[in-house]
Design a binder for this molecule. Structure first.
Ligand code: PEP
Ligand code: MN
Length: 341
């Protein structure tokens, strides 16, 4: 497969666990980098927090023995110094760090001149600028080898995922920075072993450059994230099953086959925009009437009626209810904004 595969346990738990994982992953010949957390950011105290320096020493020894490379998360300048000391060339910024510009800056200072490669996970919140900001800070510190990793977003409603994928956010990052490799971490998005494959497949269909997958020889015994880790055998199967969708489809026959359909989509989008503009003009007229009659802009009863009526129509038309509701809420919010002048 011509994709980058990074795999390994959520956390390094013992020398033996790392050896067993390394041996199995080296055999696949498809994993370019083995991941293992050495310092674990835990949401609440009292959980396994990683083994620290001894874990780095085992990595150094096993890297030499098996001819593999390891990477781990750094969340503090001291972690960078220790990684350098033990020959770790690639590190990643976790979701909690990417969202903290002060810490990113401090880590950048520690990385300056190191020649290390850095993977940048998306921040916990769906703010593409925060993600881009961390990448730009690393670049300004002279880090040339940078990769973005999509691990999903902590939302109030995750729709069955551990972290909502919100694919539009990484795709916006890709639009802004087509030069950066983009990987998907289906383990932290899904939070469940059975969700890893479908999420990985979706990422491939969206043209991602590869995956970062949590792999453990005995997932049920893992000290962190046991539900989402898969075995090395499952990883091999997953890689085999991935049919790779091509990102640059705009050529020859495919473009010709898509052209008439794309024309219709263009026409519909133009119509939709015209209709939206007309709708907002009506909102302005409504605002003047409400002002004259001295009544409030927001009318909860009317909004509830609109919502229920449109949802009924949408369902009959076979549109997804969540999508319709979100769209209507966006339109309503804009209408309220327009009315407030
Ligand atoms: C991890 O990769 O194990 C991890 C803690 O990642 P994230 O920062 O995406 O939560
Ligand atoms: Mn994990």
């Amino acid at each position: 497969m011509d994709k980058t595969i990074i795999a390994g346990p959520c956390s390094e738990e013992s020398r033996e666990q790392l050896r067993e994982t390394t041996e199995a992953l080296a055999k696949t010949a498809q994993v370019s980098l083995i991941r293992a957390g050495v310092w674990k950011p835990r949401t609440r105290p009292g959980n396994f927090e990683g083994l620290g320096e001894p874990a780095l020493q085992w990595m150094q020894e096993l890297a030499a023995e098996y001819g593999v490379r390891y990477c781990c998360e750094v969340a503090h300048p001291e972690h960078v110094a220790l990684c350098q000391q033990y020959g770790i060339q690639t590190v990643w910024l976790g979701a909690r760090t990417t969202g903290n510009p002060f810490m990113v800056e401090e880590i950048c200072n520690a990385l300056r001149g190191s020649g290390m490669s850095v993977l940048v996970k998306n921040p916990m919140i769906p703010d593409v600028h925060l993600w881009l900001g961390a990448i730009e800070r690393l670049q300004a510190a002279g880090i040339a080898n940078l990769t973005a990793v999509h691990r999903g977003f902590a939302m109030y409603n995750n729709h069955g995922y551990r972290n909502a994928p919100l694919w539009e956010v990484p795709l916006e990052l890709r639009r802004e920075r087509p030069d950066l490799p983009l990987l998907c971490d289906p383990s932290h998005i899904g939070g469940r072993a059975d969700l890893v494959a479908p999420i990985a497949l979706a990422a491939m269909q969206l043209g991602y450059d590869g995956l970062m997958v949590e792999v453990h020889p005995h997932p049920e015994a893992a000290q962190s994230d046991p539900e989402q880790q898969i075995t090395p055998d499952k990883l091999t199967q997953l890689i085999e099953n991935l049919t790779i969708a091509h990102r640059t489809a705009d050529n020859g026959q495919l473009a010709a086959a898509l052209a008439p359909l794309r024309q219709q989509i263009d026409d519909i989008d133009h119509e939709l925009l015209g209709l939206l503009a007309r709708r907002m003009k009506l909102s302005q007229q409504i605002a003047s009437v409400k002002q004259e009659m001295q009544t409030t802009v927001y009318q909860p009863k009317r909004w509830e009626q609109v919502l229920q009526d449109r949802l009924q129509i949408a369902t009959a038309l076979g549109l997804n209810a969540d999508f319709t509701k979100e769209l209507l809420e966006k339109i309503h919010a804009e209408s309220v904004r327009v009315q407030l002048g």
